[in-house]
Design a protein around this ligand. Structure first.
Ligand SMILES: Cc1cc2nc3c(=O)[nH]c(=O)nc-3n(C[C@H](O)[C@H](O)[C@H](O)COP(=O)(O)OP(=O)(O)OC[C@H]3O[C@@H](n4cnc5c(N)ncnc54)[C@H](O)[C@@H]3O)c2cc1C
Length: 419
């Protein structure tokens, strides 16, 4: 676009990118904490994000103290957003974000430029696809991600097949196993390459066991068969290095294969803004205020790290929005930060940085593998001083856990998990 044709730069206190549960609560948090002018931007026609396709219940317990469906949760949050007088721009895609917090938007009424006092990233995540896991074989119709299948079945009422296999035991795949069963589609099995399930125990129980759907661990799909339409998959057992074991192959006839093999935080905009990402979470490196390494840009929800439950993404949004408002109002800590790292059985700890002197900081973590009798301790790296600890009878990779760092935090902290 020629410079003379660029629209005037609008100014906003806080702009939230993404209108899912984390983005809606971030806007609420910012407004309630005193930011006068909050704008919530969503590329879809409606607010709600992924909640709109989650027709089962189990949402809303944290904020509304009752179990409601995804669309009901989205509706209640959207009503709160409206009640607070928060400006909402739907049908608008944020195309670019600079480190100076200049946003470029493609909105229905044209191109917009907005300079924000603070930005909250809440763009959610996307699913890993067949290409990313490199399953050999043909390219027939009938192979799709579990989330795409969820959108086709729940939003468009499309019957996606007759006999299905699910690869990967992530929560979306488990939920879809039950959903397909309700639709009269025979789910022949869920195959998981790891020796432990990828999803929550409650979903294994409620979505597989209650319907007699088999879950086979340490087994994967090694070949896809069929020309126009999927006709079968070949599964095989894997060894400790996750390599298929010759001679263990089995042919499973089916016309549908759902992939539930992981989620990736949607951080293209964060990269454009020069925000450092963690290789462990795929999300931004943040301090305890959810601020990324770029001044005034905050992150929350699935774009920050993949949550096990949408309610926790919403809780995080509320906190991140409040911190973004405090930043705009000049109420943030000017102290330098110390590092927080994970050790032992822990795969990651978040936030990865904390301001010196901070107290009562909640650190989220996940274990890399199932552990019984997990002892988690946070200690100063230099002095070894203990600043938090808890014991868990059992910890599994699919569940997000927390530990409280009491503080005041004065040095780098290592959060270690041991048995
Ligand atoms: C495919 C899929 C299916 C899922 N199914 C279930 C389920 O059945 N049950 C369950 O409990 N959990 C499910 N989850 C997890 C659940 O979606 C999350 O816990 C929760 O929605 C995370 O909230 P969020 O606000 O971080 O992200 P989202 O809900 O993903 O919201 C992100 C929003 O950001 C918008 N956005 C992204 N980029 C831009 C941009 N550049 N400009 C403007 N807007 C943008 C998106 O359109 C979206 O509305 C699913 C997740 C996925 C990815």
């Amino acid at each position: 676009m020629n410079a003379g044709m660029l629209p005037a730069v609008e100014k906003r206190d806080v702009v939230v990118i993404g209108g899912g549960p984390a983005g809606m609560t971030a806007a609420l948090g910012a407004k309630r904490a005193g930011a006068a002018d909050v704008l919530l931007v969503e590329r879809d026609r409606n607010l709600g994000g992924i909640l709109n396709q989650c027709v089962h219940d189990g949402f809303g317990l944290f904020l509304y103290k009752k179990s409601i469906s995804g669309p009901e949760f989205a509706e209640r949050l959207a009503e709160d957003v409206e009640r607070e007088g928060i400006a909402v721009q739907t049908g608008a895609m944020v195309l670019d974000l600079g480190p100076d917090r200049l946003l470029r938007l493609n909105a229905p009424d044209g191109y917009r430029l907005i300079r924000a006092g603070a930005v909250v990233l809440a763009m959610g995540c996307r699913e890993r696809t067949r290409d990313m896991i490199e399953i050999p074989g043909m390219r027939p119709a009938g192979v799709l991600t579990a989330g795409s299948a969820q959108a086709l079945v729940n939003l468009q009422n499309i019957r996606i097949g007759r006999e299905a296999v699910i690869l990967g035991s992530g929560d979306i795949g488990l939920i879809m196993a039950r959903r397909l069963t309700f639709e009269g589609i025979k789910v022949k099995g869920v195959f998981e390459i790891m020796p432990w399930p990828g999803g929550l125990e409650r979903n294994i129980r409620q979505c597989l066991k209650d319907f007699g759907i088999p879950l086979e661990l340490s087994r994967t799909v090694v070949e896809i068969r069929g020309r126009e339409r999927l006709s079968a998959v070949v599964t095989a057992r894997v060894d400790e290095r996750l390599m298929p074991v010759a001679g263990t192959e089995e042919i499973v006839p089916c016309d549908t294969l759902l992939l539930s093999v992981g989620l990736i935080p949607e951080n293209e905009l964060a990269k454009r803004a020069g925000i450092a990402l963690s290789p462990l979470t795929g999300g931004a490196v943040v301090d305890e205020t959810f601020m990324t390494g770029v001044e005034g840009i905050f992150s929350c929800g699935n774009v920050l790290h993949i949550h096990d439950i949408a309610d926790w993404a919403a809780a995080e949004g509320l906190a991140a929005g409040r911190r973004a408002a405090e930043y705009v109002l000049g109420l943030r800590s000017l102290a330098e930060t110390v590092r927080v790292s994970a050790a032992g059985y822990l795969r990651y700890a978040l936030p990865q940085a904390v301001h010196r002197g901070a107290r009562d900081v909640t650190v989220h973590f996940r274990v890399a593998r199932p552990v019984r009798g997990l002892k988690v301790e946070a200690r100063g790296v230099e002095t070894g001083r203990r600043c938090g600890g808890r014991r868990l009878a059992r910890a599994i990779p699919s569940e997000m856990q927390t530990i409280l760092l009491k503080g005041p935090i004065e040095e780098d902290i290592e959060v270690g998990g041991h048995d």
